[in-house]
Design a protein. Structure first.
Length: 296
């Protein structure tokens, strides 16, 4: 495919209104078409009037599921309608899609409010912050325009949609076997079912668990958790880090801490760096141990 995708340009898109994840991009060959059009493309608002681009221009349609971001189009949560028509996109007067990273939603305190259900979004007083105009031109937001090449758009999405290797491997496994259409409630149930199978290894205290089976059951639980994260476009590593941070605030460390530093060379760079960190934290290195100076 790579040898001809440089010739493909974006000529249309589709995304359900107020649904912030899946979208479809339609590409045509800039060599084969001098112009492209669809029904009522000069009639605003596009979301109610415009038809899809005529099939004679279409070379390829690609379905995308954003990872670590949400997709916002000009008509999302506009009251009553957007001001744009499809010709505005064609003339590149405004982007047709904005890809907003989850990190930006967290800055706006919207990460917990992200949902694909419009009614749930509107339950929040600040649901209006999801509108296209709020994100347009903001640093960190990726803009997708008509007439962009397939390669350019793919590179943008790839850079934004960082997915760690394990998540990719799980996604590839499920995609090749047509397992990726399972609803999230089924995945959540599967987590609990596999967790119960893990627990069976410890059902009888007098019985030594089969550790090989324990490993397999732990892996099954993790696979379903990763699949659930993939469904929502979440980075499971980031979720764990965020929760650890919350837990640190909820369960602060004890005011008295002792860390044994056996076999640590006092002349090593590691020891010197640790000593600097200890000094900042008002701790003291005494006889190979790390102790708190203040116990208040």
């Amino acid at each position: 495919m790579k040898e001809y995708t440089d010739d493909l340009i974006l000529i249309d898109f589709y995304k359900e209104e107020d649904v912030f994840d899946n979208f479809e991009l339609t590409f045509g060959s800039k060599k084969d078409i001098k112009d492209y059009w669809g029904d009522d493309w000069n009639d605003a608002p596009y979301e109610h009037n415009a038809g899809r681009v005529y099939e004679r221009y279409v070379q390829m349609k690609v379905h995308y599921k954003p990872f670590n971001c949400i997709a916002v189009q000009p008509c999302d949560i506009h009251d009553p309608n957007s001001k744009w028509c499809k010709e505005d996109f064609k003339k590149e007067r405004t982007p047709c899609l904005l890809l907003v990273p989850h990190s930006l939603l967290e800055e706006l305190d919207l990460s917990e409010k992200h949902t694909t259900n419009n009614d749930l979004i509107r339950e929040y007083d600040d649901w209006y912050k999801f509108t296209y105009d709020k994100f347009l031109g903001r640093e960190g937001v990726t803009e997708i325009y008509f007439n962009e090449t397939f390669d350019s758009i793919s590179k943008k999405i790839e850079e934004l949609n960082y997915m760690n290797k394990l998540s990719k491997d799980v996604l590839m496994f499920t995609t090749l076997r047509n397992f990726d259409d399972e609803p999230p409630e089924s995945l959540a149930k599967s987590v609990m079912i596999e967790g119960a199978e893990l627990l069976q290894n410890y059902q009888f205290k007098a019985t030594s668990p089969d550790l090989l089976n324990v490993k397999d059951e732990i892996a099954d639980v993790m696979i379903y958790l990763i699949r659930l994260c993939n469904h929502y476009g979440w980075d499971y590593e980031e979720l764990v880090r965020r929760k650890l941070k919350k837990n640190e605030e909820k369960y602060p460390s004890s005011p008295v801490t002792s860390i044994i530093l056996e076999d640590l060379d006092t002349e090593s760079e590691t020891y010197k760096q640790l000593k600097q960190e200890v000094k900042k934290a008002e701790l003291s290195l005494i006889h190979g141990e790390l102790k708190v100076l203040k116990n208040e």
